[in-house]
Design a protein. Sequence first.
Length: 277
Amino acid sequence: MAEFATFITDSDLECKVIRAIQQSGGTLNSRVVSPLQIGSLDPNLILLCNKAVKYSGSKLTIDRDLAEPEIVKLISQVSPEIQPRFEKNGGKLIAFIGLSGGVGTSSIALNYAFELAQQNSVNLIDLDNQHQDIARMIGLHRIDQRPANLTKNLIVRQGLEEFVEPTDYYVIDLGSIENKQIIDVADKVYVIAKISFNTVERMKQLPFIASGLVLNFYDRSRTSKRIEQEILSHFPRLKIAKIPNDPKSFLIALERKSALIEISSNSPARKSIATLT
């Protein structure tokens, strides 16, 4: 049975979260009322919070506007009973995680998988069960555990509840969920972010060392360049990739339920994503 800790500063949201833990079959082990207490938590506990905090175990940030059934689904995503230890079977695991929601994590993971699949066998796995954005992008209503073949080398699936066949690469979309079980065995973990005033502070809260930071929707404004330099001043060894703001290409790909490499191979965004491989 999964055990949870909470750090929720909104009383109404906290009530919803506690009920959701009970409905999911989990146990509430600790209620944290101050960020200073988080460092003393057992890292085997799954922390549910509504603020950006640093934690060495699995962590899930809960938005205030989520309905209770949606919270139950999110909690199920990070439950050890639902997410067994991932076996790579000799393949390489590349994980993508959003520094926050709405930064284009699924889009980057999807296009990255298509790039890898030009020369390799690839399993693209969407662990963001709440949104299932990858299914929407490729024109499927849901994936529902049945793997779908996108190309001869690329398979997409939702979740890890069933056997995942051996492959050269496993590309995993974590959404914005810090899934410690996946991160611990990943060969690379790319963090996806938009340039914003709090990017540095959010990066400081990460409980793992990122393989690279992908700045999505990047423009060349003075503000973007200044924040990029600020990031490098705090993380001088961090590799930064910049995906230019290219809404036209992404819109065409979304309309055609495909990837950039198939509809706009010369687009600036596609070329930037290809450099990650």
